[in-house]
Design a protein around this ligand. Structure first.
Ligand code: FAD
Length: 522
């Protein structure tokens, strides 16, 4: 017999099967020796009270054996000779589009400007150690896109986007821990993601799909409002009438190309700010109301939102036990973001703290038309690069100093490998952003006493939160509003924000594209 119920227990009980069994037995009146297995279906931590609790949804097996059934992958047919769909970009959107193409009987041809996960590592080393940014291979570009060396948090703010559970199960099928199906806030970690991405690539190739690395797309061939082909940097032209464009929010050359070719794009508001680093111990003390974190609790995350003079200021992509990474995609700019290993065992906690921008903020950049937000973003990244010394060092300021408007006389150690230069954030940002940050951090301190401290350091800028451009598409066919056969997809096109939603959008675009192919073939 199986029973499903919810229970609230201490962190120690939640992590000890024997104690959990005792607790279940006591609370539900089931004799201890009759419980043969307890399967955890969902787990979340409730840290709102001093006594921290863990909420569990359980499936309890009573006098019945439990057999562990691995999560199966879908049947992927051989598509060697099937109709082709070209996918530009091998990020989560592109790769999940490719898998869905195969599942539905089409052959994906994935064109990726960067390198495979392993070769890409050398370019990450070069950014961190030698301050060299390769325009095709960096933290955003390369196999797996921005998702590969990301933090791998797998939650999405909007459940309306689609079937989150389906994507999580696929990730488990390709090697992620099945705990991502259980945790309320699932996380994979930077050390585990490359293996999962490589497993996806191997499946695509094994079933007859194609992935071409070092293949930057530099032009789209369009005739009579129909996509006819794509051109690569080396001059190769690939004829095709179906293109899924999943190039991510950092592919500025693609946005420029669309604008130059008069293919409709729109300016889109996004958010921008700094990445703040505290010691993980301090965040644990604030969030868990304790001196030292219990060994049964994970390094604590935090999430905070405030309204400051009519603008949202909020934490973004918070990485407990993590590291700040140099995420520029071109020389002459600096960009921060964060990641953490699966164990989240680094001594520091970092988070983007960003301010909601509005279209009117880009007024000065109007001459760039729909690229005005992108130029606003780019100018801040370039200014930060200049102010910090024209390397991959970033402008930094202790948090209390930022609020008080003082350049920090010294800076503490940072997880950001290329290093820091003490700069007043006033010089990096337009005045309204700087003032919002100053006011906002004081407000943060009221909700999280101790947050505003000079032991914490702001690194600038956190600027690639979402795309500054939307590529408009038809709501039903998902084709570009002017160009038949072109499917704007994922975060870069403005239809996703994060790994899961990008993967969901990739699947959606593949389905929409295949529907039209099937109609033609019927
Ligand atoms: P991308 O992942 O940006 O992929 C686009 C791909 O297109 C890239 O591989 C790029 O090389 C390729 N490309 C671009 N231009 C061309 C061209 N002209 N020709 C050929 N190929 C091209 N999200 C989360 O949900 N959770 C997290 O914890 C998280 N942490 C992050 C940490 C870091 C350090 C970074 C950088 C990002 C993080 N993100 C996280 C964001 C997440 O990675 C992105 O939201 C997601 O990868 C977007 O997917 P995408 O496929 O739409 O685009």
């Amino acid at each position: 017999m199986q029973h499903e119920f919810s229970i609230q227990v201490s962190p120690e009980t939640a992590s000890n099967p024997e104690l959990l069994k005792r607790s279940v037995s006591k609370k539900n009146g089931i004799p201890f020796h009759e419980i043969s297995h307890i399967r955890i279906l969902k787990r979340s931590i409730d840290a709102r009270q001093r006594q921290i609790k863990v909420n569990l949804k359980l499936q309890v097996y009573v006098q019945e054996e439990y057999t562990d059934v691995p999560i199966p992958l879908p049947e992927y047919p051989d598509v060697t000779n099937a109709p082709e769909i070209v996918i530009i970009g091998a990020g989560p959107a592109g790769l999940f589009a490719a898998l869905r193409c195969i599942e539905l009987g089409c052959k994906p041809v994935v064109l990726e400007r960067g390198k495979d996960v392993r070769t890409r590592r050398r370019d990450l080393k070069a950014i961190n150690r030698d301050h060299i940014v390769n325009e095709d291979s960096n933290y955003c570009f390369g196999e797996g896109g921005a998702g590969t060396y990301s933090d791998g948090k797998l939650y999405t703010r909007s459940r309306k986007r689609g079937d989150v559970q389906r994507i999580l199960k696929l990730l488990v099928g390709f090697g992620a821990t099945d705990q991502i199906l259980v945790e309320a806030h699932p996380h994979i970690g930077t050390n585990k993601l490359p293996g999962i991405i490589a497993a996806i690539r191997e499946m695509i190739i094994e079933r007859g799909g194609v992935i071409r690395f070092n293949s930057r797309v530099v032009d789209l061939r369009v005739k009579n409002s129909q996509i006819e082909g794509v051109e690569l940097k080396d001059g190769t032209v690939i004829d095709t009438r179906k293109v899924i464009l999943a190039t991510g929010h950092s592919a500025r050359d693609i946005f420029e190309l669309l604008y130059k070719k008069k293919i409709a794009i729109e300016v889109k508001p996004f958010a921008l700010g700094v990445r703040v680093e505290h010691s993980q111990q301090l965040i644990d003390q604030i969030q868990y109301s304790c001196e030292v974190r219990s060994p049964y609790l994970p390094p604590s995350p935090y999430s905070i939102v405030k309204q400051v003079d009519g603008r949202g200021m909020y934490s973004f992509c918070m990485c407990p036990g993590g590291v700040i990474a140099p995420c520029a995609t071109s020389p002459g700019e600096v960009v921060t973001n964060g990641w953490s290993p699966s164990k989240r065992d680094q001594p520091t906690a970092n988070s983007g703290i960003v301010i909601e921008l509005k279209l009117e903020d880009f007024k000065e950049y109007e001459k760039f038309g729909p690229l005005s937000g992108m130029y606003f973003q780019k100018e801040i990244e370039q200014k930060a690069w200049m102010l910090a010394g024209e390397t991959q060092k970033v402008p930094a300021q202790r948090l209390q100093d930022l609020v008080e408007g003082k350049i920090s006389s010294d800076l503490p150690d940072t997880s950001y490998k290329p290093g820091l230069t003490a700069v007043d954030m006033k010089a990096v940002f337009p005045e309204f952003i700087h003032q919002t940050l100053q006011k906002g951090f004081s407000m943060f301190n009221k909700s999280m006493p101790g947050y505003l401290t000079n032991d914490a350091v702001a690194h600038a800028p956190e600027s690639r939160t979402s795309s500054p451009v939307r590529i408009p598409r038809d709501r039903v066919s998902l084709e570009h509003i002017q160009i038949k056969g072109l499917y704007p997809c994922g975060e870069g096109a403005g239809y996703a924000g994060g790994i899961i939603s990008a993967a969901i959008d990739g699947e959606k675009c593949a389905e929409a594209c295949i529907q039209t192919i099937k109609k033609i073939m019927d």
